[in-house]
Design a protein around this ligand. Structure first.
Ligand SMILES: *Cc1c(COP(=O)(O)O)cnc(C)c1O
Length: 299
C-alpha cells in the first residue's frame, strides 16, 4: 500500500509523530476488537483551535468515566495536538485525540490488564455539509433504527459505537437522503452520525435533552442563542415536532452549524435555510476570530 491511500496529515502515537500512512495500532487493541475507546475532535480554523478547553475537558471526563488513564496531563496533551497540526502544516484541521483500552499482554479478558493507548492526529478539516452547499441545506431521513439507549452506552462519552448510525446512513441512502437522524425508539429525536439536532418553531429553539452526545457545537449554538436573547429549550423533541418545525439545523465540529432543509422527502419550512439558522451560522464563524473562544496553534 502506498502513501496515496491516506489523507495528508500527521499522527502521534507511541511517543512519535508519523505520517498518517504509518499511524497503525495492533489488531489486539481493545479499541479495535471491542470499540473500547473514547475520543474527541477539535478543529483549527485559520491557525487557531476553536474552544479547545471545552474539548479537552470533555475528553478527560470521558477517559475517567471509562476508567482509563492518559499518559500525560493537560499541558502535554495540548503540546501534542499543536505538534500534529503544525507538523501537518494545516491551517484548517480536524484534530482527533483517542484513548483506547489498549492491548492485554496475555490476551486476557480482563480490561484491567490492558495498557491504555493514546493517539492523536491532524488531517484536513472535513465537512458534513460543505459551505458551497449551505444554501441548499442537508437532505435527511429519520431512520427506523433506534439510537443505542443511554442506559446501555453513556452517550456523553464520545464513542465509536456507530453500527446503529451506519445502519441508519445506509437506510437513508436507499431512501434518497444524504444523511440520517436516529430516534430514542419512543418517537423522540436523538442525534445523527456526529451531529446534534435543533428545531425552531414559533420562534422557540429546542434540542434533545437526553440520549445524545453533549456536543461542543451544540453548547456553542445554545450560548449563541442566549446572546441573541433566545433561550433554548433542552427537552424531548418529538419527531412530529421536527417535521412541523419552521427551521431545522444540525451542529458538529465537522462543519459547525448547518441548515437541514429537507426531511423525509418534504421541505422544512419553505425549503430554504431560515433566519435563525442564518444568524447563528454568521455568529458561529465570527466567533472563530474571538480570542476568548480560540487558541493559536503556534505560540
Ligand atoms: C462528536 C459527536 C457529535 C457532535 O459533537 P461536537 O462536539 O459538536 O463535534 C454529536 N453526536 C455524536 C454521536 C458525536 O460523536
Amino acid at each position: 500500500m502506498t502513501e496515496q491511500n491516506y489523507p495528508p496529515g500527521i499522527a502521534y502515537l507511541d511517543g512519535r509523530y508519523v505520517p498518517m500512512s504509518e499511524a497503525k495500532i495492533s489488531v489486539l487493541d481493545w479499541g479495535f476488537l471491542r470499540s473500547d475507546a473514547t475520543y474527541d475532535v477539535v478543529h483549527t480554523w485559520r491557525g487557531r483551535f476553536f474552544r479547545l478547553d471545552r474539548h479537552l475537558e470533555r475528553f478527560e471526563r470521558s477517559v475517567a468515566k471509562l476508567r482509563m488513564t492518559l499518559p500525560f496531563g493537560r499541558d502535554e496533551l495540548v503540546e501534542v495536538l499543536r505538534g500534529c497540526v503544525s507538523r501537518a502544516g494545516l491551517e484548517d484541521a480536524y484534530v482527533e485525540m483517542i484513548c483506547t483500552r489498549g492491548v492485554s499482554p496475555t490476551f486476557s479478558r480482563d480490561p484491567r490488564d490492558a495498557v491504555n493507548r493514546f493517539i492523536a492526529f491532524a488531517v484536513p478539516f472535513g465537512w458534513i455539509l460543505r459551505p458551497e452547499a449551505r444554501e441548499r441545506g442537508l437532505n435527511v431521513a429519520v431512520s427506523r433504527v433506534q439510537r443505542i439507549p443511554p442506559q446501555s452506552v453513556d452517550p456523553t462519552v464520545k464513542n465509536y459505537h456507530w453500527l446503529d448510525l451506519v445502519a441508519g446512513l445506509f437506510e437513508a441512502y436507499e431512501r434518497g437522503a444524504e444523511n440520517v437522524i436516529l430516534t430514542d425508539g419512543e418517537g423522540n429525536v436523538a442525534e445523527g452520525p456526529g451531529f446534534n439536532v435543533f428545531a425552531v418553531a414559533q420562534g422557540r429553539v429546542t434540542t434533545p435533552d437526553r440520549g445524545v452526545l453533549e456536543g461542543i457545537t451544540r453548547l456553542t449554538a445554545i450560548e449563541l442563542c442566549a446572546e441573541l436573547g433566545r433561550p433554548v429549550d433542552i427537552a424531548a423533541l418529538p419527531v412530529e415536532a421536527l417535521h412541523a418545525a419552521d427551521e431545522v439545523f444540525v451542529t458538529s465540529t465537522a462543519g459547525g452549524i448547518m441548515p437541514l432543509t429537507r426531511l423525509d422527502d418534504r421541505p422544512v419550512g419553505d425549503g430554504r435555510p431560515g433566519p435563525v439558522t442564518r444568524t447563528l451560522i454568521g455568529l458561529y464563524w465570527a466567533k472563530h476570530e474571538d480570542p476568548a473562544w480560540t487558541t493559536a496553534v503556534r505560540v
